[in-house]
Design a protein around this ligand. Structure first.
Ligand SMILES: O=C1C[C@@](O)(C(=O)O)C[C@@H](O)[C@@H]1O
Length: 592
């Protein structure tokens, strides 16, 4: 590299940000329009020229755009089909586009290793002479293999940036990538960029920077991803607070499969931000607990929300669990205590029992639980634990009978429901969930109860809740359970009261937005789900479903719940109370 090149490269490195937003368009105008929007928030972009049908023809227009937007730093990428891109032409054709792009003012060009290996030896010099810094990339769409071998193939070209992008098939693949980044950070003359594609690779998109990646990639908007697992720029910045993730940042996550659509990262990152806890919460796509625990031990991860299909399978890996979780046979919360041991809790129970106890005393109450799966188990054991009489109605009676025996509950047939009458009916089946076609277990005339609690939270107002409201019953949305179980997790991990109002607000907003995007009508504001009132005191329990006036009036206003899960005598009492308080991080996010 010449001295002039070195200076240029140095200047460039000081110009680029931590997040490069990949922008696509089916026409040059669309590309420019999207880029103009992105530029309002960040100045480092990648133009995926290979998404344009005629990239060469678009360059005069893009040159004008670059001249008009001097603050922008833009990578030109024109990846051939054979290398995972969309450019229909040859490697030579793609190179011609990149050369022209460099002459048109793009500060960086991205060329695939497979392409440059096939092109003439003069290619690097030609690109540099055209005025651009060079990124040599390697993408593996199938897995994470020998990254050092990839590095060794790229290094002799001495590019400005070496970019290694494998696919995470497991969570452990992220470790392979991050260890590689850490090793190379000091050793390499080129700057290194590393990301794992795929749903399981999300963690690398946030923690890769901390491991030494020069920057990371993000999508301009949700739905405009240029690679599997890519996260929208705004989400990376606002929810994950990627600019503030440093060595002291504690890592938490939600583990399970599927995990992409979980609202937990949004809700929990919001809580961490609100309470200025230096922590980040990630989606961990995992189907095997061994894979999950390898990551948890090595990152290390301080706490987990556990979801399907891992709630039961995770139990043998935990040092201790509280007795209720043990009875239920499932945990949804893991705390890594200061001694490095893992403790399990089930805050699903608190998420069900808490909202109910705000509206009635469960002692002696008659509760009907629909379903006999994981959520039903939490409902049945939770209500029994509070002294309720519980009946179970399930499509498969055998499962209901088994659960009834274990929990000291009874089973009931559909035709006996209306005659019996209940204080509470809890739906713990997926019926009513967006995309679910199964028929309801109860008919409208069976809804003889004071309170109906639907554990389904998407949509916010399920057909069951609508019916309950029409009948003048108190309706509780699953959103309340979702927020409450998360709030209790937050408290277990940090020892601080959870910002429930804020958590509820972002979850409702996200649900309404996705309902709108799907073209559904959002839940009616007046009767169903008022925004949590801004005037409500922060300590008041967060309300989702407005109960009829009478019921609300008789609801005792409680302050934020302090003791999230009942501490079992000899087991969790110590670790839960102590580490939870101790793990409350004092570190403030950078820049505050
Ligand atoms: O190489 C990369 C990284 C990427 O594949 C990603 O995984 O975000 C997205 C591509 O647009 C970019 O060229």
């Amino acid at each position: 590299m010449t001295t002039a090149n070195q200076i240029a490269s140095h200047l460039l490195r000081s110009r680029i940000g931590k997040i490069c937003v990949a922008v696509t368009g089916a026409t040059p105008d669309e590309l420019i329009e999207k880029a103009t929007n992105v530029l309002k928030e960040t100045t480092f972009l990648e133009f995926r020229l290979d998404y344009l049908p005629k990239p060469m023809a678009a360059l005069p227009l893009l040159k004008e755009f670059l001249a008009e937007n001097g603050a922008a730093t833009v990578i030109a990428t024109c990846r051939c089909k054979e290398n995972g891109g969309r450019f229909e032409g040859s490697n030579t054709g793609a190179l011609d586009v990149l050369l022209k792009a460099a002459e048109s003012g793009f500060q960086l060009v991205d060329i695939e290793l497979e392409a440059i290996e096939k092109l003439p030896k003069t290619t690097m010099d030609r690109l540099r002479e055209a005025g651009a810094a060079v990124i040599i990339s390697h993408h593996d769409f199938h897995g994470t293999k020998d990254l050092d071998a990839v590095y060794n193939r790229i290094e002799p070209f001495a590019p400005d940036f070496i970019k290694v992008v494998p696919t995470a098939k497991s969570l452990s693949d992220n470790l392979t990538l991050m260890r590689f980044l850490e090793r190379m950070e000091d050793r390499s003359k080129s700057s290194i960029v590393g990301i794992c594609m795929g749903e399981a690779g999300i963690i690398s998109r946030v923690l890769g920077l901390r491991a030494g990646s020069a920057f990371t990639f993000a999508a301009a908007n949700a739905g405009e991803e240029t690679a599997p697992g890519q996260i929208a720029a705004r989400t990376l910045i606002e929810d994950y607070r990627i600019d503030q993730v440093d060595a002291a940042t504690k890592v938490y996550g939600v583990a399970g499969n599927p995990i992409r659509s979980s609202l937990s990262p949004l809700m929990m990152n919001t809580a961490f931000r609100r309470e200025t806890v230096n922590a980040v919460y990630l989606a961990l796509q995992a189907t095997k607990v061994d894979d999950l625990f390898k990551l948890v031990r090595e990152i290390p991860i301080q706490g987990l929300s556990v979801t399907m299909p891992l709630k039961e399978a995770i139990m043998p890996l935990l040092e201790r669990t509280d007795p209720l979780s043990a009875k239920i046979g499932a945990v949804n919360t893991v705390l890594r205590a200061q001694d490095g041991k893992f403790y399990g809790f089930n805050t699903d129970v608190a998420g069900i029992v808490g909202p109910l106890e705000r509206r009635l005393s469960l002692k002696g109450a008659k509760v009907l639980v629909l379903g006999a799966g994981g959520a039903a188990r939490a409902a049945v054991f939770g209500c029994r634990d509070k002294g309720a009489e519980v009946w179970i109605l399930n499509r498969t009676p055998e499962t209901a009978q088994k659960l009834a025996r274990q929990a000291g509950a009874k089973t009931i047939k559909r035709d006996a429901v209306a005659k019996m009458g209940f204080d509470v009916i809890i739906n713990a089946t997926p019926v009513g969930m967006t995309g679910q076609k199964a028929a309801p277990l109860l008919q409208p005339e069976d809804l003889v109860a004071r309170i109906v609690f639907d554990l389904v939270y998407n949509p916010i107002e399920t057909p069951l809740l609508r019916l309950a409201r029409q009948k003048g019953l108190t309706a509780i949305s699953g959103v309340e359970m979702f927020v409450q179980q998360g709030a209790r997790q937050f408290e277990i991990w940090t020892g601080k009261p959870a910002p429930e109002e804020e958590m509820l607000r972002v979850v409702l907003h996200a649900l309404r937005q996705s309902a709108e995007a799907a073209g559904e009508t959002a839940a009616p504001q007046t009767t169903a789900t008022p925004e949590p009132e801004a005037k409500a005191t922060p300590k008041a329990p967060a309300k989702v479903a407005e109960a009829p006036a009478k019921a609300v009036a008789s609801t005792p206003a409680k302050t934020a719940v302090k003791a999230p899960v009942k501490a079992p005598a000899k087991t969790v009492a110590k670790p839960a109370a102590k580490p939870a308080a101790k793990t409350a991080t004092k570190a403030k996010p950078k820049g505050k």
